[in-house]
Design a protein around this ligand. Structure first.
Ligand code: ADP
Ligand code: MG
Length: 212
């Protein structure tokens, strides 16, 4: 179970020069292991902040975050049992699709045989095996989004965070990406936390809605 327990985060407390008098974000919810939840709320309500707190890019000022009964708070982002598909997926343009996945597993891309298998499986899951040696720029927006998803999957972590993974996709690609995420979530028994503006996405995923 993912437990977001009475978490408070105050941007003002971070003394960010860009956002004087910043917002306070609060969250208190759980997601059962192998289940999905959708964070919903208007723009600026704190959805991305909550994912950043869970991922460890921000530290809460109050509360606790646990997965499988273990607190995440002492763990560096890379040590947390999760992968995070950011709103901007940040693929490296000078690397091939396969190298983009490899660098997510080892900064020097020196991979164990198991890691190579994990990459093959991840590319297979998103139907991109034949694009492994292409550069991201030569792929469509939807394919690039699937590369970013595969980069998460290759890391084989039990918790998957997705920040508006459908933004910038047209209706057809959006529906494809949604059903892909649903299939993978079921197949890999992932615990899924997604931010979205559409109730319909939550319905398709069978996700419990958490309003922020
Ligand atoms: P959402 O993802 O729901 O659109 P965010 O989590 O990005 O919302 O932002 C929540 C609130 O925090 C907003 O009011 C936003 O302006 C503010 N905020 C976001 N990032 C920062 C930051 N780095 N410094 C100060 N305030 C921020
Ligand atoms: Mg956001």
């Amino acid at each position: 179970m993912l437990e977001v327990e009475n978490v408070h985060f105050d941007y003002a407390g971070e003394r960010s020069g860009d956002y004087p008098g910043g917002a306070t974000i609060r969250a208190d919810f759980t997601v059962a292991t192998g289940h999905s939840a959708a964070l919903m709320g208007p723009s600026g309500s704190g959805k991305s902040t909550i994912l950043n707190l869970i991922a460890g890019f921000l530290q809460p000022h109050r509360g606790d975050l646990r997965f499988a009964r273990q607190s995440l708070l002492g763990l560096a982002p890379a040590k947390r049992p999760l992968t995070y598909l950011l709103q901007a997926h940040n693929l490296f343009p000078h690397l091939t699709v396969r190298q983009n996945l490899a660098i997510g597993l080892h900064p020097g891309m020196r991979l164990s045989p198991q890691q190579n298998v994990a990459i093959d499986q991840a590319l297979e899951s998103v139907s991109l095996c034949e694009f492994a040696h292409r550069k991201p720029d030569s792929l469509s927006g939807g394919q690039q989004q699937r590369v970013a998803l595969a980069r998460c999957l290759a890391r084989n972590r039990p918790l998957l965070l997705l920040d508006e993974p459908f933004s910038g996709l047209d209706e057809t690609l959006r529906a494809e990406m949604l059903s892909l995420i649903l299939r993978l979530q079921e197949k890999r028994a992932l615990t899924l936390l997604i931010t979205t503006h559409q109730q319909r996405d939550a319905d398709v995923l069978g996700a419990e809605v958490v309003m922020v």
